[in-house]
Write a protein that binds this ligand. Structure first.
Ligand SMILES: [Zn+2]
Ligand SMILES: [Zn+2]
Length: 138
């Protein structure tokens, strides 16, 4: 596949989703972030501080968090944005309130779909009934 970072062709493995040279580059950046954040005085740094101090893009830091290389348990103020509302989260893709409301929206959608289907079924039966009644021999 094509490397999402530099677009060169490479063979994807379960451990790598970028090409060799980008992987090395990411390793370097990870070290940079890690060296920064592991210092006692930087442990409580927020995402923005880490980005400014290391120059590493937020997306990549989030990737490090998502694949478990940066353990948020050790860094209380590190987190990333909820994909829906932009609120700070530390796991998953959505904050608690967004995932709750998304679930209820999904339920509403399902209910609506079921209702539509029921109406359709009823209409079908009704049409069938009408056809039966309009039989020419009657
Ligand atoms: Zn690459
Ligand atoms: Zn949210």
């Amino acid at each position: 596949m094509n490397c999402p970072r530099c677009d060169s062709l490479f063979i994807q493995t379960t451990f790598r989703d970028v090409c060799d040279s980008c992987y090395k580059e990411e390793e370097k950046l990870f070290e940079l972030v890690y060296q920064y954040i592991r210092k006692r005085e930087n442990r409580t740094a927020a995402m923005q501080q880490v980005i400014e101090a290391t120059g590493v893009e937020e997306e990549l830091i989030i990737k490090f968090i998502r694949n478990g290389r940066l353990k948020l348990a050790q860094f209380p103020n590190l987190g990333y944005k909820c994909e829906r509302c932009g609120g700070m989260i530390r796991e998953g893709r959505l904050c608690v309130s967004c995932s709750t409301s998304l679930k209820s929206e999904l339920q509403l959608f399902k209910d609506e779909e079921r209702r539509k289907q029921e109406i359709q079924e009823r209409d079908k039966r009704l049409t069938y009934h009408v056809k039966e009644n309009s039989h020419p021999n009657k």
